[in-house]
Design a protein around this ligand. Structure first.
Ligand code: BGP
Length: 469
């Protein structure tokens, strides 16, 4: 079987991780420009000042993507490049850059799939409370509207937010992303609610503008499974999925928050400060949302936490995604299991859990339209005789594409796959050492680009529409 003709084979990136040019052509300061320079926050102090210099090399990069046969490129727009102070004047140089990127994609027939918010917000807004401040919702609506007005004639696929759970939990619970706040559960839930409200308002606005494209959100998809059949661990997995999936997916796809979580938040006094009007717009936007984007890397294996300790988030490593942590509310723990496979950074490799997770999703949300907006292997790629022989990445992507093929055969409405990442880029907390791309970037040789083995492999997969997978 081949993947359907309208299934998009793509790859992804995010502005802060590839662009560089952090202070060029009128770009405003972002929260990440500031945060990454605080000692100890990132691996060896790496930051996105230069990143992989995509800002100056986008033509070369997109040409390589075209050569790979990429059908779609998912990238994000840097908000402070468009509206440097978050609310005021539009920076025409920023508009010009993204116009160039979009036009360059279209020149090769590559479909641009654009994320509006992949974590870099104008620093001015962060200083005024970021996502805990409701004024940020309106600022975001203005920014999104500007993007629709300026790029919407050519961009027909929009993602509002990338991984709300990550920037809110690492921002307000673990303190590992901006604004670097630890253990503030109240603020964490407030930020998530404000983001859902912003999403709803932007979706509504997009539909009003009648641009006849599609709009959705991208969430982490990290389904939790109990390590065994013990009732208490099954409860732990249920709890984890309520907080990690239902809290995020329900407001978008069902238009309301999950009762299980609401009840606990009420008891503990963590209900966000919300208005009837906000809840109404969340409710009414659900039917206008066109798709859900899933970023799947790994599942969670969980057990109940009996130690009665809340997480402490001692160091950066505690926030980099490997199992071995206590949940923010102390209810369960994620664990590493002897019979599972793991990456060098301790992330589980499990196409099986991807398959089971997709089934869970179908059961819960029905026949929603899905794009896999990220999936890939973070590795230190082997170099043999000057060639980048990233065989483990090929294997990883192949196994996950196979799951998608089966899911599509079973009737799931999955419309595209975006490998993370198109090109090697900056990992937020893990530096340049953790590679994901099809295109290698040589940090010892003027950021020279080189095709990896996976580049040729993915090209073939796309050419034959995955027939031999
Ligand atoms: C996702 C982010 C990406 C990317 C990826 C890999 O959560 O959306 O931006 O960074 O994870 O993560 P890491 O770089 O930590 O390996």
């Amino acid at each position: 079987m081949r993947f359907p003709h309208d299934f998009l084979f793509g790859a992804a990136s995010a502005a802060y991780q590839v662009e560089g040019a952090w202070n060029e052509d009128g770009k405003g300061l972002s929260n990440w420009d500031v945060f990454s320079k605080i000692p100890g926050k990132t691996f060896e102090g790496t930051n996105g000042d230069v990143a992989v210099d995509h800002y100056h090399r986008y033509k070369e990069d997109i040409k390589l993507m075209a050569e790979m046969g990429l059908e779609s490129y998912r990238f994000s727009i840097s908000w402070p490049r468009i509206i440097p102070d978050g609310k005021g004047v539009i920076n025409e140089k920023g508009i010009e850059f993204y116009n160039n990127v979009i036009n360059e994609c279209l020149k090769y027939g590559i479909v641009p799939f654009v994320t509006l918010y992949h974590w870099d917000m104008p620093q001015v807004l962060e200083e005024q409370g970021g996502w805990t401040n409701k004024a940020t919702i309106d600022a975001f609506l203005k920014y999104a509207t500007t993007c629709f007005e300026r790029f919407g004639d050519r961009v027909k696929h929009w993602i509002t937010f990338n991984e709300t759970i990550v920037f809110c939990s690492l921002g307000y619970l673990a303190g590992a992303h901006p604004p670097g706040i630890k253990n503030d559960i109240k603020k964490y839930f407030q930020a998530t609610h404000n983001v859902f409200t912003a999403h709803a308002k932007v979706v509504d606005q997009y539909k009003k503008m009648k641009q006849y494209g599609e709009i959705g959100i991208t969430h982490v998809f990290s389904p939790a499974f109990s390590v065994d059949d013990k009732e208490e661990n099954k409860i732990a997995a249920y709890h984890a999925n309520q907080y990690g999936i239902a809290w995020y997916y329900d407001p978008i796809l069902k238009g309301k928050y999950p009762e299980y979580v609401l009840k606990i938040l009420k008891e503990k006094g963590y209900i966000p400060d919300w208005t009837e009007e906000e809840l109404k717009i969340i409710e009414s936007s659900a039917s206008k949302n066109d798709f859900i984007g899933l970023n799947y890397y790994q599942p969670q294996r969980v057990v109940i936490n009996k130690d009665q300790v809340n997480p402490t988030y001692k160091n950066r490593e505690d926030a980099t995604g490997a199992p071995g942590n206590i949940s923010f509310d102390g209810f369960y723990k994620t664990v590493k299991m002897d019979d599972k496979r793991y990456t060098k950074w301790g992330w589980e490799i499990s196409p099986e859990a991807f398959k089971d997770g997709l089934k869970m999703l179908k059961q819960e949300y029905g026949d929603i339209k899905i794009y896999i907006t990220e999936n890939g292997l973070g590795d230190e790629d082997p170099i043999i005789d000057g060639e980048i022989v990233d065989v483990p990445r090929i294997k990883y992507i192949e196994e996950h594409l196979k799951v998608l093929k089966d899911a599509i055969s079973d009737g799931m409405n999955i419309k595209g796959y975006y490998a993370w990442s198109a090109i090697d880029l900056l990992s937020w907390l893990n530096g340049f050492k953790k590679q994901y791309g099809f295109i290698y970037v040589d940090h010892n040789d003027n950021l020279k680009r080189k095709k990896k083995l996976s580049f040729y492999w993915y090209k073939k997969v796309i050419e034959e529409r995955g027939e031999s997978i």
